[in-house]
Design a binder for this molecule. Structure first.
Ligand code: PMP
Length: 443
């Protein structure tokens, strides 16, 4: 209302805070310089108030959820089943200590100097060799080391997308990727998934009508559902990508954390055409604090991404790369992974048993064959957000399903991470969620 605005102006003017200038409008009044007052001035600098004109696009509403999840583990009274990360006792401190004690002295330059932009050659070689064992035809020139696969999503996203471009993702999909693509101004097209992974039959109609810049997929132990995409779907996806000339970004953060006999091959192993841009990370296999991940892609992509990456961080954490290269060279990584797989599988069984014991009937569990997450459909029409609120009173946390959905769905689903909590906390955490569920159902 105009009168309200005028009254507000009059109030500000009577307090001497603003002044009117004919032809220039009303401005904040310049105060005369008073050093002692300026020194103790506690008001916010004006540039900070409007830091980025497009702040809400750069930092989406879910960003705070993620940063809260990562700090939850620091609050001891809360049992967090929210974060997909190795547990404290699987972070390989002793291995890293022994490597540093034996060899850091001789490796000063490679571990503590700037390293080549594309990454430490020894690590790139080791990664290429390990990928060949998993059926992917790559060599050292196809590998670019990254500061976390999040950086890879950002670099590929910036390189392939302009604001307003479309990108295809699975529904549900990894929250961090949704945030990244949104921050880059992409329009996101969601393709539903089922027990065999992305509904590739629904993808074709999209590719025929629209021109997404790439398809983002998690074919192996998908986050959040844990699903392993079937071979038929993988073949069909590659055929479609080739026919419509769309690159695929494969995110394989969990591929080496399998509970069966054999390591499932990446989608990239079936890619004869060079259409798959493959990302993986040591965050789940070893330790997220190392911030070491990699991109495997055709050489022209690696070359361009390397030059582009240099602009942002010059090079990746060298000591982290050196530690991993040494772990692989000393044949210690596979041993570590073997222990981690056994540990996570045992924890998953514990979680499933606790759900069976403590939760009311009517929900549905989706037990994964690998990874760190368990996907769950809540009983009846219970809403994940309501349960989360009740669960907070019980001091237990998980992630509510809609955060992984770009189509407004997921309200009746939750994601529980079984890898990071201690075993006793898995049972207790599940029990507490059961208490919260029954309380909601009694309403
Ligand atoms: N991709 C997926 C599927 C993930 O779950 C995560 C970690 N939550 C990442 C990427 C990010 O990994 P990084 O630590 O390498 O950035």
């Amino acid at each position: 209302n105009r009168t309200t605005v005028m009254n507000a102006y009059n109030d500000l003017s009577s307090e001497g805070l603003i002044e009117g200038h004919v032809g220039r409008g009303t401005l904040v009044k310049r105060s005369s310089f008073r050093p002692e007052e300026d020194y103790f001035d506690q008001t916010t600098p004006s540039w900070l108030l409007g830091l980025a004109a497009n702040e809400s696009a750069l930092i989406g509403p879910d960003a705070r959820v993620v940063s809260e999840l990562t700090s939850l583990k620091e609050r001891e009274e809360i049992i967090s089943l929210a974060q997909g990360t190795p547990p404290v006792d699987m972070l390989p401190a002793e291995l890293i200590q022994s490597i540093i004690a034996d060899s850091l002295d001789e490796a000063r330059l490679s571990a503590l100097g700037y390293c080549p932009v594309d990454g430490l050659l020894s690590l790139r070689r080791n990664i290429a060799a390990r990928m060949r064992k998993r059926g992917v035809r790559v060599d050292v020139q196809n590998i670019l080391i990254l500061s976390g696969s999040t950086q890879g999503l950002g670099l590929l996203g910036r390189f392939l997308l302009s604001p307003g471009d479309e990108v295809v993702v699975e529904v549900p999909t990894y929250l961090g990727a949704i945030q990244m693509f949104r921050a880059l101004g992409a329009r996101i097209i969601g393709i539903p998934t089922d027990s065999e992974g992305m509904r590739v039959d629904l993808l074709e109609a999209i590719l025929a009508r629209r021109q997404p810049r790439f398809i983002y997929t998690l074919p192996t132990f998908q986050n959040p559902t844990g699903v392993l995409m079937s071979i038929e779907r993988r073949r069909r996806l590659l055929q479609l990508a080739k026919r419509y000339q769309v690159p695929i970004v494969e995110d394989d953060a969990y591929g080496e954390i399998y509970f069966g006999e054999e390591s499932p091959q990446p989608l990239k192993a079936l890619d004869n055409y060079g259409n798959v841009l493959y990302l993986s990370t040591y965050s789940k296999m070893l330790a997220p604090g190392l911030r070491v991940a990699w991109l495997a892609a055709p050489e022209p992509v690696i070359e361009r991404m390397g030059l582009y990456k240099q602009t942002f961080d010059l090079n990746t954490n060298a000591i982290g790369q050196w530690i991993i290269a040494e772990l692989i060279r000393r044949d210690l990584l596979d041993e570590h992974l073997q222990r981690a797989r056994q540990c996570y599988q045992r924890k998953l069984t514990l979680m499933l048993d606790a759900i069976e014991t403590y939760w009311p009937a009517g929900g549905r569990v989706y037990p994964p064959a690998g990874g760190m997450h368990l996907w769950y459909r809540l009983p009846q029409d219970m809403r994940a957000r309501h349960l989360l609120r009740e669960a907070a009173h019980e001091r237990v946390a998980f992630v509510s399903g809609e955060l992984f959905h770009v189509d407004g769905g997921g309200h009746h689903y939750i994601r529980l991470s079984f890898a990071s909590p201690e075993e006793k906390h898995i049972t207790e955490g599940v029990r507490r969620i059961g208490v919260a569920m029954r309380r909601l159902m009694a309403r």
